[in-house]
Design a binder for this molecule. Structure first.
Ligand SMILES: [Zn+2]
Length: 205
């Protein structure tokens, strides 16, 4: 059997068993058009460096500084494409260092979230809201959701099968044909469960 076929069979087996690959999201920023223009100049277009594990999502070449009342993170990654609303995703450790108090939110739900200042090469902007700690979640294809009997927005627990096994309750399943099946945690969660390199989690309904 060709290696590709073996790999495909293993991946299929992993999915059927309710296992999901765990990925760690470091702090990053999604910019809207207004922010791009203030930080990088009028009419500026972000430059894709590489596609992320989720199709159509990119690491951009551009970086910004994220500034809070107590601290600054320089050269924070910008993920594209541009969004309707600016969103800054940090861990609680980051939030402590910045001196802000962001809520735990699903991506896109930024109303009333924390304020930070963003600094780019051409300017700076203080966003009244947009800084959040991402609610841990599993991106899932409709095929995988169907196979596992899960639906969009269902809340499950996921056990990280690492050398520091940890169960993460309150994990949201998000289903879309545009997704690749992966669980996303932040660096605090990754540290707690020692998720480093390739790691799997087991979905518990
Ligand atoms: Zn995600």
């Amino acid at each position: 059997m060709a290696v590709e076929k073996v790999v495909a069979a293993v991946v299929d087996e992993i999915r059927s068993a309710g296992l999901v690959q765990l990925e760690v999201s470091a702090r990053h920023v999604h910019l809207d058009k207004e922010c791009v223009e203030v930080l990088f100049g009028k009419g500026y277009q972000l430059t894709h460096v590489r596609e992320l594990s989720q199709p159509g999502q990119y690491l951009e070449q551009e970086r910004v500084d994220v500034v809070g009342p107590k601290g600054t993170f320089k050269n924070v990654a910008v993920l594209g494409p541009e969004r309707k609303h600016v969103q800054v995703e940090v861990s609680f450790s980051d939030a402590f260092a910045l001196g802000i108090n962001p809520p735990i939110r699903q991506s896109g739900d930024t109303k009333g979230s924390a304020s930070v200042k963003l600094v780019g090469p051409k300017g700076e902007i203080t966003i009244d809201e947009g800084a959040i700690v991402a609610l841990r979640h599993v991106h899932m294809t409709p095929e995988d959701a169907e196979r596992l009997g899960l639906v969009d927005n269902q809340v499950v627990s996921v056990e990280a099968l690492t050398d520091r096994r940890t169960i993460f309750p309150d994990t949201v399943i998000r289903v879309s044909p545009n997704f690749r099946t992966r669980m996303h945690v932040d660096v605090d969660e990754a540290g707690a469960a020692h998720i480093a390199g390739f790691a799997l989690g087991r979905i518990i309904k």
